[in-house]
Design a protein around this ligand. Structure first.
Ligand SMILES: NC(=O)c1ccc[n+]([C@@H]2O[C@H](COP(=O)([O-])OP(=O)(O)OC[C@H]3O[C@@H](n4cnc5c(N)ncnc54)[C@H](OP(=O)(O)O)[C@@H]3O)[C@@H](O)[C@H]2O)c1
Length: 326
């Protein structure tokens, strides 16, 4: 089969499209003919050899644990009737950047009817994270919520949900194209936070109303500036540091400002079983309450997909599609 292999940690071009042996499903596993594989932000750091998330794999390695496709064969002890089923998993054995991938049968969800492979793979981890984050944020119609990276995979789902519950939504994203995408999603205020005076733009647009919740996934300077816009009683909830610079306010700061800080990523990582949120995320996409956005790249162009993600050139989830299925 074809797969994308990393032999040496380093830049995106180190991801090589090669022919490798087919993976063999073990007991309790299935082999999926991949139609869509999710690319995760953290994989760009892992590819560089930065151990800021999961442990680094031994090389050579095939990245990718998020896979949607068709069960092509089963391992020992698995019901043959599963062959031909459309499935999605967020916990594939690493090896999703490939034409065939192996996953534990217990990790599979059937793809709800009407949902594309790309949409399903977008929802199974990114959507699940968004659902978890939204549970933590508990947004209501009374909230004025500021969402960072609002055109991103998680960000755009947060914007949609915030709109659905009737909150006032401020979506912040980098550059005019992403800001336009955030406005199209229905954010009340869409702001380009690459412009230095963006916090003032938000203050003016809110015309005296304070931000009650910040839902952040960028941290660094942008997270700090977003935090600075919170009104007394407001809450700051973070799901990660896409900027690769942590933002951690001090206890003193929180007390003086009368605001709260919640690390939703830490809470998520404590959760071993996310199957309920996975099912809810897939159902929300199937019933249209959350519309996932994704940008596809041919599997053979995985290096370009990583480069685009790193240079902040993508909107929505980055998904690899095996070349034969593009
Ligand atoms: N997807 C998941 O399942 C998941 C799970 C756990 C945690 N997280 C975390 O949640 C956050 C959002 O994840 P996502 O998957 O939805 O990603 P994403 O928002 O689709 O992509 C990351 C975005 O972060 C922004 N960004 C700001 N500074 C950046 C920098 N220096 N380098 C790269 N990007 C930068 C960019 O948007 P702008 O150009 O608009 O700034 C970029 O498009 C990340 O911190 C991620 O680690 C994600």
């Amino acid at each position: 089969m074809h797969a994308v292999v990393l032999h040496v940690f380093g830049p995106a071009e180190n991801l090589r499209y090669e022919t490798v042996p087919d993976p063999v499903p073990g007991p309790g596993e299935v082999r999926v003919s991949v139609r869509a594989a999710g690319v995760h932000q953290i994989e760009t750091a892992m590819r560089e050899g930065l151990a800021i998330g999961p442990p680094l794999p031994e090389l050579p390695a095939i990245f990718g644990g998020e896979v949607a496709g068709v069960v092509e064969s089963v391992g020992p002890g698995v019901d043959e009737a599963l062959v031909g089923t459309e499935v999605v998993t967020g916990h594939g054995r690493p090896g999703g950047y490939a034409e065939l991938a192996v996953a534990d049968v217990s990790s599979l969800h059937r793809i709800p009817s009407g949902l594309s492979h790309e949409a399903a793979v977008t929802m199974v981890v990114t959507g699940t994270t968004a659902v978890f984050l939204l549970d933590v944020a508990a947004l209501t119609s009374g909230d004025v919520v500021l969402v960072t990276s609002a055109a991103g995979g998680i960000g755009r789902l947060v914007v949609q949900h915030a709109r659905n519950v009737g909150a006032t939504v401020v979506g912040a994203a980098g550059g005019p194209a992403k800001t336009a995408a955030v406005a199209e999603l229905g954010a009340d205020i869409a702001v380009d936070y690459n412009l230095p005076d963006w916090p003032d733009t938000v203050r003016k647009a809110l015309d005296g109303r304070g931000v009650t919740a910040v839902v952040d996934g960028v941290e660094g300077d942008k997270g700090r500036a977003a935090f600075g816009l919170l009104a007394e009683g407001g809450r700051y909830i973070t799901i990660g540091a896409a900027s690769r610079e942590d933002f951690l306010p001090t206890e003193k700061e929180l007390k003086e400002r009368g605001v709260s800080f919640t690390d939703a990523l830490a809470l998520l990582l404590e959760r071993q079983d996310r199957s309920a949120e996975e099912a809810r995320a897939l159902a929300a996409a199937a019933d249209g309450s959350l519309v996932p956005a994704f940008q596809t790249f041919p599997l053979s162009q995985a290096a370009a997909a990583h480069a685009a993600l790193e240079s902040r050139a993508t909107t929505g989830k980055v998904v690899l599609v095996p070349d034969a299925h593009m």
